[in-house]
Design a protein around this ligand. Sequence first.
Ligand code: GUN
Length: 282
Amino acid sequence: MTAKIIYGKEVANKIKEEVKSKVLMLEKKPALTVILVGENAASKVYVNNKHKMCKKLGIKSDIVVLPEDTTQAFLLDLIKKLNNDKNISGILVQLPLPKHIAEEAVINTVHPLKDVDCFHPENIGLMFAGQPRFLPCTPAGVMEILKFTGVNLSGMNAVIIGRSNIVGKPQAILLLEKHATVTIVHSRTKNIASIVKNADLLVSAVGIKHFVRAEMVKEGVIVIDVGINRIKEKLYGDVDFDEVVKKASYLTPVPGGVGVMTIAVLMQNTLKAYELQQTHNI
Ligand code: GUN
């Protein structure tokens, strides 16, 4: 079998066009503020990509770049100011943060109605309860890719590699909503290989180049590669693409797969944040 390759661009374009046309109709435009603390090279690329996409869709966007030695108190203060600024629809603090800043404190300080990442416990809780306000960008992007395949996920053995708050955990909830049987495997899981081998759908978010090899997967598996592993300026996924492509039914490339979807969902969330502020008058 040779996999159908799913390019995120095709799926993302439709979402982006929808956001663009809705934004065009608005008198006042949504506005996203992205905060970048420190010198992480990958984060700089992601933040610039988010900024460019906002521009393309008519969303106002600001990047606030802060030095590595920014104090937690200063960062929290800035977030509180943005929370109270009626002209700001969405706030995104790029992760990872320098070690002296507690991620949890930052996530909990962003106003839940401006939390376009869907990282705040209130928004995670709403999603968990099946009453989502925002959707987490990368996992929701994966769901859009799966919707694009037209495959029915009901009853599928879905295996997620990685249990992060950004991808693995929320991905499990979204797949469960679609009636998949979900297993998360992680660094302490015994016998990962045998669990992965049983997967009808595999979502890999482990962050190790070519962790998923052809002999680990079942013939006909759907493979979504969320990994972005930067080695000497070149990007690799978690999946050994050239080998797994011969066995899977669908496969996403890196780059060109999930990454663009993350940004597309972020744009949807920013528009949603704008709309929520209109109705809640904050
Ligand atoms: N770092 C890696 N992915 C993300 C993301 O989706 N949002 C933020 N804020 N930081 C990230």
